[in-house]
Design a protein around this ligand. Structure first.
Ligand code: 0O2
Length: 212
């Protein structure tokens, strides 16, 4: 595929990532603006690099023509939550929306990966309108706690450094660190109600101070 064709193909994914980021950030801002607790802490997004799309297509045995249908994470959104419970609140919020359709879900929290990776993935179909017309694209929404994100960010950089050859002892330490991060999430869940109440009070106080 020529560079110009890649640019054309990726335009709709870029629009989708931008739109979805705004939509999820708006949920947070709206709730916070009403002095309510937000299950969304922050949102990031990216369009996969062409080199990564080609590498994944090769790995999965997907031809160039099938890329849009078979590679589900060209458009990727990441939603970070404070607590594991919030992940399920965000997931049902996604399921209830009229502007995106859930295709399927992958629960890497109950079925965590061999590496220790934990997250909840939702694959959606998302309608997009570009200058060339209307189309529906696939996008992957990864929903995870701050602790899961901390772990995944570090593990991702190490995985990148070692390519496929992560030393055994490091892989083992990472698995232990993943369990420790999950233990932290479980401890935090135990005092979730208290933390939520404290944060709402703090938010209200800073709102009134700002208004003066
Ligand atoms: P990037 O840089 O985030 O785009 P596969 O890719 O074969 O594992 P599948 O079904 O294509 O499997 O997708 P899956 O399992 O939903 O995972 C896709 C994305 O989830 C990855 O994208 C990562 O973002 C994240 N992920 C999955 N497993 C791990 C893991 O063990 N460690 C970390 N840090 N992240 C993981 P990419 O394309 O790998 O990377």
């Amino acid at each position: 595929m020529e560079l110009i064709e890649w640019k054309d193909l990726l335009t709709s994914y870029e629009y989708a990532v931008e739109e979805l980021k705004v939509k999820f950030k708006n949920i947070r801002n709206e709730l916070k603006g009403r002095g309510e607790y937000s299950p969304i802490e922050f949102v990031t997004g990216r369009v996969k690099k062409v080199s990564s799309i080609i590498a994944k297509a090769k790995r999965l045995g997907v031809s160039i023509d099938e890329i849009e249908e078979k590679i589900e994470d060209i458009a990727g959104i990441r939603i970070m939550c404070q607590f594991v419970e919030d992940i399920y609140i965000v997931t049902s919020l996604i399921r209830s929306r009229k502007d995106m359709k859930v295709v399927y879900e992958k629960d890497y929290i109950n079925n965590y990966k061999e590496s220790g990776y934990r997250s909840y993935h939702v694959i959606i179909k998302y309608p997009i309108q570009t200058a060339s017309g209307y189309k529906e694209i696939l996008a992957e929404i990864q929903i995870r706690t701050l602790a899961m994100n901390f772990w995944a960010t570090i593990e991702h950089s190490l995985r990148y450094k070692y390519d496929k050859f992560m030393p055994q002892d490091i892989a083992q330490r990472l698995r232990r660190a993943a369990d420790a991060a999950f233990l932290l999430d479980q401890e935090m869940s135990e005092i979730r109600e208290e933390i939520m109440k404290a944060q709402v009070i703090f938010e209200m106080k800073s709102m009134t101070t700002r208004d003066i």
